[in-house]
Design a protein around this ligand. Structure first.
Ligand code: NAP
Ligand code: ZN
Length: 366
C-alpha cells in the first residue's frame, strides 16, 4: 500500500488571510489564474490580492480560464506568465482554473517546452502552486490531476504529470454566492470521486479512509440538495470538506468509469462535469454490484440509501436527465471500449454489453 498527498492543506474561515505567510513563501512574483468573473464576486480574488498588495508582491492576473480548460488557453496563459517572469502560480476558482494552474506552472517552469509536452511523460519540474477552491466538487486543490480539453482528439484528458499544489487554502464562504445548480453539479462530482475511488481496482485501506468518510459526509447533505434551503456558512464548510476529502481519495486511486464516460458527454453535448459523471454513477454501481455486491452495499449504507433504485431516483431528481441520439451513444461506447487505461480501473473485465447496459439506464435516447 502507498499513500501520498504532499499538499499543505488548510481549511477555515478567512483561510487566505490567516495563512498569508505560507502563501507568500512560495515566491516573489505571482501569476494569478481565475475563471471569468466568479472569483471577483465571491471575494476570493480580493482576499488573495489584499495579501499580495500588503506584502508589495508584484502580480499579474489571467482571468480567461473557461470551463473544462483547453490546452490552447493554458498555453496562451503560460506565455503571459513567462513574460511577466512569474515564479509562483495561484489558482483561484473551480476545478477549471485550479487544473489550468498546474499545467501553466509546468509550462512556465520549462520555457523550452510547448503544449506538446502535456501528453508525453518527461521529468519536468513546475513552479510552486497555491490553490484556492471556490466550488465543492473537484478536490483539485489536493489532487495531482490536471484535466484539459483536447480539441485535437475531441475529448478531455489528464496531462501526464502528477502536480500537487504546494498549498491549499480552503474557505467555505466562497460558496455562498454559488447557485443551487452549481452546488448540485459540483457536490455530485465529489460524490462520484468518493464512490469511484472506493470501487477502483487501486482501492486499499488508505484511500478508503477518505472515500468512506466523504460518502458519510455526503449522506448528510442529501436532504439539502433536493430542498429549497439556502446554503448556510456551516453547511458551506461541510460541502468544501466533503469535496476536499473525496479529492484526497482520488489522489490515491484516480477516477474510474463514470468519469471516463462523462468526457464525451461534456465535450460534445456541453453537460457540466459533475452532472456528466453523476448520470452514469448508479448504473455503473449496478453493473459493479453483479460482481462485488458488498462494496456497493457499503456505499449505499454510508450514503443512507436502502437500495440502488432509491439512489438512482434521487440522482435523477436532482440532476434531471441527458438525451442523446442513438448515433451519439454508439460513437461514445466505441470510444469507451478503446479507453483501455480507464477500463482497467474496474477490478473485473467490463464488456461492451456492460457499457451498453450503463448507457441504457443512464441516458434518454432520442
Ligand atoms: P468550473 O468549470 O471550474 O466552474 C464552473 C462555473 O462555476 C464557472 O462558470 C465559474 O465561473 C463558476 N463558479 C466557480 N466558483 C463559483 C462560485 N463560488 N460562485 C459562483 N460561480 C462560481 O467547475 P468545477 O466543476 O469546479 O470544475 C470542473 C473542471 O474540473 C473540469 O474541467 C473537470 O474535468 C475538472 N476536474 C478536475 C479534477 C482533479 O482532480 N483535478 C477532478 C474532477 C474534475 P467563472 O468562470 O466566472 O469563474
Ligand atoms: Zn470529477
Amino acid at each position: 500500500m502507498h499513500f501520498f498527498d504532499p499538499t499543505n492543506t488548510y481549511a477555515e474561515k478567512n483561510c487566505v488571510k490567516n495563512h498569508k505567510k505560507e502563501l507568500l513563501a512560495l515566491g516573489t512574483r505571482a501569476f494569478v489564474i481565475t475563471g471569468h468573473s466568479s472569483s471577483k464576486k465571491n471575494g476570493s480574488l480580493d482576499d488573495v490580492i489584499a495579501v499580495l498588495e500588503e506584502a508589495s508582491v508584484p502580480y499579474q492576473i489571467f482571468n480567461e480560464i473557461e470551463e473544462n480548460p483547453s490546452v490552447e488557453t493554458v498555453v496562451r496563459a503560460a506565455e503571459i506568465g513567462k513574460e511577466f517572469k512569474a515564479d509562483f502560480v495561484i489558482g483561484i476558482g473551480g476545478g477549471s482554473p485550479l487544473d489550468a494552474s498546474k499545467a501553466i506552472a509546468l509550462l512556465i517552469a520549462n520555457p523550452e517546452e510547448t503544449g506538446d509536452c502535456f501528453y508525453v511523460a518527461k521529468d519536468l519540474k513546475t513552479l510552486p502552486i497555491a490553490a484556492v477552491p471556490t466550488t465543492c466538487g473537484t478536490g483539485s486543490e489536493v489532487t495531482p490531476v490536471s484535466v484539459l480539453t483536447r480539441h485535437d482528439t475531441q475529448t478531455k484528458k489528464s496531462i501526464s504529470y502528477k502536480i500537487f499544489p504546494d498549498i491549499a487554502l480552503i474557505d467555505g464562504k466562497y460558496l455562498l454566492s454559488a447557485s443551487k445548480n452549481l452546488l448540485i453539479n459540483t457536490c455530485i462530482d465529489a460524490l462520484a470521486h468518493a464512490a469511484e475511488s472506493r470501487v477502483s481496482i487501486q482501492t486499499n485501506i488508505y484511500n478508503q479512509m477518505f472515500a468512506n468518510y466523504a460518502l458519510k459526509l455526503w449522506g448528510d447533505i442529501v436532504p439539502f440538495l433536493r430542498s429549497d434551503e439556502e446554503l448556510s456558512e456551516e453547511l458551506a464548510e461541510k460541502l468544501m470538506l466533503t469535496s476536499t476529502i473525496a479529492g484526497m481519495a482520488i489522489a490515491q486511486t484516480g477516477t474510474s468509469i463514470p468519469h471516463a464516460l462523462s468526457y464525451d458527454v461534456t465535450y460534445h453535448n456541453g453537460v457540466a462535469h459533475g452532472k456528466a459523471c453523476g448520470i452514469f454513477l448508479a448504473a455503473y454501481l449496478r453493473v459493479y454490484a453483479e460482481q462485488k455486491p458488498e462494496d456497493v452495499e457499503e456505499i449505499l449504507t454510508l450514503l443512507g440509501f436502502k437500495t440502488l433504485d432509491d439512489f438512482a431516483s434521487y440522482l435523477t431528481e436532482i440532476l434531471g436527465t441527458v438525451s442523446l441520439t442513438q448515433k451519439e451513444v454508439t460513437f461514445y461506447i466505441d470510444r469507451m471500449m478503446e479507453n483501455t487505461s480507464k477500463l482497467a480501473t474496474c477490478p473485473f473485465e467490463l464488456t461492451r454489453e456492460d457499457i451498453e447496459k450503463i448507457y441504457r439506464e443512464s441516458i434518454v435516447v432520442e
